[in-house]
Design a protein around this ligand. Sequence first.
Ligand SMILES: C[S@@+](CC[C@H](N)C(=O)[O-])C[C@H]1O[C@@H](n2cnc3c(N)ncnc32)[C@H](O)[C@@H]1O
Length: 491
Amino acid sequence: MLPDEFVPALRSALTRASFTVDDVYALLGDDAHRALGRNQTVPALRATRGGGPLATLVRLFALQVPVARADADAALPELVEPLVAAGMLAASGSEVRALVDVRPYGDESHDWWIVCDSTPGLDSGGQSSRPMDPEHVLGISEASSSLAQLTVRAPVGRALDIGTGCGVQALHLAQHAREVVATDVNPRALAMASLTARLNGLDAEVRDGSLFDPVAGEAFDLIATNPPFVISPPGSEMLVYRDSGMPGDSVVRHLVENADTHLTDGGWCQILANWAHRAGTDWQDQVGEWLGGRPVDAWILQRELVDPAAYVEMWLADAGLATAPDYVQRYDAWLDWFAAERIEGIGFGWLSLRKTAATPVHRLEEWTGEIAPPVGPAIADWGRRTDLLRALDDAALLDHAFQQAPDLVEETRGPVGAEHPETIVVRLQQGVRRGRQVDTVEAGLVGASDGDLTSGQILDALASLLDRDAHDLRRIYAPSVRELAEDGFLT
Ligand SMILES: C[S@@+](CC[C@H](N)C(=O)[O-])C[C@H]1O[C@@H](n2cnc3c(N)ncnc32)[C@H](O)[C@@H]1O
């Protein structure tokens, strides 16, 4: 990749051309932008006919078409030769084309660039018709964004990104960590992640090695990893961005079983993962076994359960094998292997582990319902509430002044014009958009939880209002207070 001496010039050229998410969007317009999201370039080619440095960069990198050498020189002054020498561009005659992708990326407050491999399968009906290069370095995938919004974003000292790829997680981590270490086993990924960091003026130490090997004996305040978690048969050719080479779901097991030894007290390890559902075994038991007696609290959300056939189809298409001559044999062999392994389904989900010195709390649940990203703040809140609730017995719990979650809304249902609703549901609007049907007492309790009155005081007031025995109400509703707090309705 590009040597350091040329990086400032590349950053300046991209900045001067206004090669940002917003300006590329403005140039392309809605339709062409959406078409490009479907890997279709024709509308974007039409939208960039007008020329200029921004259009040249879009054509070169996003649309993967050759551009005139003069246009490339205008967009990337004095950089074409160094980029050719670095293997990022190829020049032939009067034309230049890209060998990698440099793409704008950002959030509300940042304009960044990511260096990765070019998107495969443009203009091929949504499916790549060429097998993927085993060392392909992915750009921003749905999984990348999923982990980025899941990550707890408190300021920390040291952060680790395992399997950094193009360096996207490291980029996010560098915004709130004093020190970032990014690892990978693919030399091409390491080079790209390093350039991504340098191009954005960020410090990330890039290290070669598998899983925790490059950080033996070190501890971090935050580990974020989107590992190669695809569950594929042994012996099939490996794509390093998705296949770990370890059997079944043992790459995730390894991460879970070793995270605590690389975490500081209170440190988080957040993992995107697949796990196998084996005949006769409950997924919660299996993943719970990995957690064992390790000193970590864990909140594990299964977001999706895919059947074996759908899983195989998805990953064969991802590998560019949907039109391969041996597609049927590969499909069949993968299903044979699932059957031999008694794998009946594949769970996809999010694991958030936090090192604790107290008795660990594990919450493993299926949540296929709505999510309002980012989920990271809800995970951080869960950690704080877990510490609080663990320390409070029922009496102490009722002496605590909770506050209703700031994003909570009440949904009522019943006949139009009725004096009282038939059902009341309280629902969170941010993060995991959980709802809970509450009775009159619980609704009153949540409604009056303002951070000043304790839950016990509110229950006593409700007892007198509803003409109920105060002692009874405290005894009956202490478990509700705990559940409402565990689920985040009370904070
Ligand atoms: C799914 S990609 C994630 C890339 C990026 N972090 C993201 O979030 O988009 C998985 C990455 O893990 C790397 N990888 C594969 N096997 C690994 C291993 N044993 N140890 C560390 N990284 C590995 C791959 O090269 C790839 O870059």
